[in-house]
Design a binder for this molecule. Structure first.
Ligand code: ATP
Length: 239
């Protein structure tokens, strides 16, 4: 697959509240691949995701997609370049139906594109199709997280960034979400997965990065990291 379609994070520095929280990190997210970003609470995972998504400013360094800079673009413009965010915490619009929730990010698209995206989302999460007219607020936490992920699929993105896949969810739901990410990668989508459970993430991802206090201490194949528990152990004890 063409390297030109890769997300490249290059020497990214982020400051929040006057404090440097990312100290020049570099890594890539490739199409058709699941990469995971691991690290203890406060290591800087969310800051990395938010900087890629255009939700917080960067102090220096760059994020680019296919050689084109994303740094400095607003979140909406980043989304239009084909990067879909799946936020943590089962966020849905409770007073709207499941179907309307799925369509919110594609309202600017033509009807055929909306239908195509919706069909793909229902192929991946058939359990949502049966509930399409139900109010999203009435769903269980697991079903809400499926809606949040399905919303990304509707947009037919090139990349999906998933913030905390398993947080507060039952194992059966996590399994469904994990299967969906594997399907996404098979579709050619590049997935960046933020996950607090390293074991789960390393089972899904082929590439792994480990953040420790805003610095990358590992970037390589998941398999290599699985054989180096000392690196993970160090990172999780660091904060
Ligand atoms: N809104 C904010 N203002 C100032 N500092 C912040 C803000 N949000 C986070 N930070 C700080 O930035 C650093 C990195 O936090 P970040 O949330 O990116 O880490 P994380 O690895 O995602 O952790 P968690 O799993 O707890 O979300 C921490 O020191 C945190 O205290």
């Amino acid at each position: 697959m063409s390297g030109a379609e890769t997300i490249a994070i290059d020497n990214l520095v982020v400051e929040r509240g006057g404090k440097r929280v990312l100290h020049g990190i570099s890594f890539m997210v490739k199409p058709g691949t699941i990469s995971t970003l691991l690290g203890a609470n406060g290591a800087g995972k969310s800051s990395t995701v938010m900087a890629i998504a255009g939700a917080i400013p960067t102090a220096s360094g760059s994020v680019s997609l296919g050689g084109q800079k994303l740094t400095g673009l607003a979140a909406d413009a980043v989304r239009r370049r084909g990067i879909a965010m799946v936020p943590e915490g089962h966020r849905v619009l409770g007073q709207m139906t499941v179907e309307d929730n799925l369509l919110v990010s594609v309202l600017d698209r033509k009807a055929a594109a909306r239908r195509d995206g919706l069909n793909r989302a229902f192929e991946i999460f058939p359990e949502l199709q049966a509930r399409r007219q139900q109010l999203a607020g009435d769903l269980s936490g697991g079903q809400k997280q499926m809606v949040a992920m399905a919303q990304a699929f509707v947009a037919r993105p090139r990349f999906m960034i998933v913030d905390e896949l398993s947080l507060g969810l039952a194992p059966t739901v996590v399994k469904r979400l994990a299967e969906a990410l594997t399907l996404a990668a098979r579709d050619g989508i590049g997935v960046l997965l933020i996950e607090q459970f390293a074991h789960l993430a390393l089972g899904l991802a082929s590439q792994a990065m480990v953040l420790e206090r805003g610095r990358l201490v590992f970037d390589g194949p998941s398999e290599t990291l699985r054989q180096r528990p000392d690196i993970l152990h160090g990172a999780y004890l660091a904060n």
